[in-house]
Design a binder for this molecule. Structure first.
Ligand code: NAP
Length: 252
């Protein structure tokens, strides 16, 4: 069971960073994957790269903050498989500002992509996830959903909401054979954080206070998502795994 052989998985935000690493990890463990993102160019490029390796990987252009984007994913699952073992709600964004500087539109956008879209996608895919009798949803949250990380209130609010969503759905859908867990990364090297990680004076105290003394690689996040997706984690549900280099256990 230390594999994902023949499992059918949807991964949102699969062209870059943690999502991309998760697509690669899932495929190498034997899964079939539908991955999504907004940029058609990136989706097509990654899909052809993967298909050249003979992986069963299917790219789909979809904006998860739009109703039509969610519908497109549901139709793709219906068309290809009509059943689903794994949903990874990974797509996420951040707009970093002081609380007083946000427009209403910016607040809504962050909440829509990071919190509402996972809820809508999980609900719409529930009929397919119910079919195998043992399916899993993994929500990619953030340490910012548990602690203040000085990275913008709407982001932290959206991720805290995603963690609570995880607990609610885990309790409600256990009877349907669906486990629901969250994975909360600390700073991870991806395009999302590329600019921030390059600011030495901002990163120095962060790295100093992180017990493991470094930021994470996207592959380290993908490993945890893969474990939560496997039958090997069959007794874990409703949890939020902090993959944080130990930052949450220290006050100094
Ligand atoms: N990196 C970190 O340090 C860190 C820390 C904590 C939590 N996280 C969380 O981890 C997840 C992945 O982050 P990352 O760092 O890998 O981000 P990233 O490098 O920016 O990649 C994000 C992916 O999501 C896609 N995406 C963004 N908005 C989308 C939308 N509305 N609909 C569909 N796809 C969308 C992007 O492609 P397009 O732009 O083409 O749509 C891309 O494939 C996010 O939920 C993030 O909040 C990251």
């Amino acid at each position: 069971m230390w594999n994902l052989k023949d499992k059918k998985a949807v991964i949102t935000g699969g062209t870059k960073g943690i999502g991309r690493a998760t697509v690669l990890e899932f495929l190498s463990l034997g899964a079939e994957v539908i991955f999504t993102a907004r940029s058609e160019k990136n989706v097509k490029a990654f899909e052809s790269e993967l298909q050249k390796e003979n992986y069963k990987a299917y790219g789909l252009v979809s904006d998860v903050s739009e109703e039509t984007g969610i519908e497109a994913i549901v139709l793709e699952v219906q068309k290809r498989w009509d059943t689903l073992d794994i949903l990874v709600n990974n797509a996420g964004i951040n707009i970093r500002k002081n609380a007083l500087d946000y427009s209403e539109e910016e607040i809504s956008k962050v909440i829509a992509i990071n919190m509402t879209a996972p809820f809508e996608l999980s609900r719409k895919l529930h009929p397919f996830l119910q079919k195998p009798g043992k399916a899993t949803i993994i929500n990619v949250a953030s340490v910012s959903g548990s602690l203040d990380t000085n990275t913008g209130s709407p982001y932290g609010m959206s991720k805290a909401g995603l963690v609570m969503q995880t607990k609610n759905l885990a309790a409600e859908w256990a009877k349907d054979g669906i486990r629901v867990n969250a994975m909360s990364p600390w700073f991870t090297q991806t395009p999302l954080t590329q600019e921030l990680l390059a600011i030495e004076e901002r990163m120095e105290p962060i790295i100093k206070h992180t017990p493991l003394g470094r930021v994470a690689r996207a592959e380290e996040m993908a490993n945890i998502i893969a474990f939560l997706a496997m039958d090997k984690s069959s007794y874990i549900t409703g949890q939020n795994i902090l993959a944080d280099g130990g930052i949450s256990i220290t006050a100094i």
